[in-house]
Design a binder for this molecule. Structure first.
Ligand code: ATP
Length: 136
């Protein structure tokens, strides 16, 4: 069995990672997913969360917003709206986004607006949580 599999992490504005990976752990909509080489094929949706992937024996971490993952025995592809390293997260911006979303949620909104605002709040909370976890 191969020791690595190919991993692509692609966000709307960049190729975040493209290369070999030994282990990937990501939160999918139905729970935590651990991927090793030779994993069975699957496609699932990803909520905002943290992902970690091991390269050369070291874990690397990232915050992702909503997306999808496709897993095959030899590779995995993650497509996400956005993806940031913990050190790339602008805490002030995320805090402002959180406050904006919370303020909007206190106001009357259409159901579509409500879902957009809730999603923005989830993205902001995720960024704050991951940045706090790695830098406090
Ligand atoms: P905002 O309202 O602050 O723009 P957002 O959640 O709507 O936040 P996204 O649409 O998820 O932003 O992302 C747009 C781009 O901005 C992406 O490249 C994303 O990586 C980046 N980005 C958004 N918020 C932050 C942040 N707090 N720190 C660093 N990069 C961010």
């Amino acid at each position: 069995m191969a020791k690595t599999f190919h991993l692509d992490i692609i966000s709307t504005d960049r190729i975040f990672y493209e290369g070999e990976c030994e282990h990937l752990v990501i939160t999918a909509i139905d729970g935590l997913l651990g991927i090793l080489p030779g994993h069975e094929a699957l496609v699932t949706a990803l909520p905002p969360g943290e992902l970690k992937y091991m390269v050369g024996g070291k874990w690397r971490y990232a915050a992702i917003s909503e997306g999808f993952i496709q897993v095959m025995p030899e590779f995995a592809v993650i497509l996400a709206d956005s993806c940031e390293l913990p050190e790339e997260i602008d805490i002030k911006r995320a805090e402002e986004a959180r406050q904006r979303a919370e303020e909007k949620l206190r106001q009357k909104q259409s159901i579509v607006e409500y879902y957009h605002t809730q999603a923005a709040l989830n993205r902001a909370m995720n960024r704050l949580k991951i940045s706090k976890k790695h830098f406090e």
